[in-house]
Design a protein around this ligand. Structure first.
Ligand SMILES: [Zn+2]
Length: 306
């Protein structure tokens, strides 16, 4: 058995998996955000609960976290959680005396969907999250590509191409840069795009529903959003050339999204180049915690120097 934890800004989801990575039992608790120590206490509590349920101590632990985990120090970077100079995995290892692996939650998602998920059997899988933010991860032959600094797949912070100038608002991103894809293709981004184009402040799911029912303004907003996401997908294709792209996050639940995006991609695809297969996640919101549990099995590249 193995324990997977998905550490989010508001909740900590823990799940106990059997040796075939089938989920056995899961529990959600609120994320303590008053301090790094309180957050560690919350993680320890969830891990100990899972071990008690398993009736076994010393189980390996994998954690998915928002933001990135510094490959050299194990520090949490660019996340909305309490952070210190301390290494999250090392602090947990010292408290629990077990092996702890930690990785960005989008990369856990990609790992899960590449192994037994929607991208199973593909050589190279790109997992793309379109939710509160926009991020991704790359798996090659089932193994997570970690790169030098843990960045492969951080495509939300690529710049929107100049071809969109004048047609979309130019916004400062949470990362500090200007004009990142994340500012417009994420859920909050779609809402901002809708407000900018129509003056209506409807949330993303409502824009999609209105467009599906034929409302003119929402249809135009969804068309431009699809154009932006399709351009991002083509950038993923030209830089990584995956044979399968798996979509996750709240916006992946828009009915017919793969058809909408595939149709748009075909209008600007390089001549003679095949489209990668596009799917929606098989494990949905549970993929993050599943991928976290897989970190001890399917990750490659430089290990964290804890
Ligand atoms: Zn950014």
């Amino acid at each position: 058995m193995i324990v997977g934890i998905d550490l989010g800004g508001t909740k900590i989801e823990a799940c106990l998996f059997d040796h075939r990575l089938e989920p056995m039992i899961r529990r959600r608790t609120a994320t303590p955000t008053s301090s790094f120590e309180a957050m560690l206490d919350g993680l320890v509590d969830q891990y100990r609960w899972a071990c008690a349920e398993a009736g076994q101590q010393g189980l390996k632990l994998g954690i998915g976290v928002p933001g990135t985990v510094d490959r050299l120090t194990g520090r949490l970077l660019a996340s909305n959680l309490p952070s210190t100079d301390k290494s999250l995995p090392r602090e947990l290892e010292q408290r629990l005396n077990v092996a702890v692996a930690a990785e960005n939650d989008c990369k856990c998602f990609a790992l899960s969907e590449a192994n037994g998920g929607a991208g199973a059997g593909a050589t190279t899988v790109f997992g793309l999250i379109l939710g509160t933010g926009c991020g991704g991860g790359v798996c090659h032959r089932g193994a997570l590509v970690r790169g030098l600094a843990g960045l492969p797949g951080e495509i939300g912070h690529l710049g929107i191409p100049v071809g969109f100038a004048g047609r979309v608002p130019v916004l400062t991103c949470a990362c500090g840069r200007v004009g990142c894809y994340e500012t417009l293709v994420s859920g909050p981004g779609l809402q901002i795009l809708g407000r900018w184009m129509t003056g209506d402040d409807a949330p993303a799911p409502e824009i999609a529903a209105r467009a599906a029912s034929g409302a003119t303004g929402a249809t135009a907003v969804m068309a431009l959003w699809c154009e932006l996401v399709a351009e991002l997908l083509l950038t993923i294709q030209t830089s990584i050339d995956p044979d399968h792209i798996v979509l996750g996050g709240g916006l992946s639940k828009i009915p017919g999204i793969t058809g909408l995006l595939t149709a748009r991609m075909q209008t600007t695809l390089m001549e003679g180049v095949p489209l990668p297969q596009l799917s929606v996640a098989q494990f949905g919101d549970a993929s993050g915690v599943r991928g976290a549990a897989m970190l001890h099995i399917h990750a490659t590249g430089p290990a964290l120097q804890t």
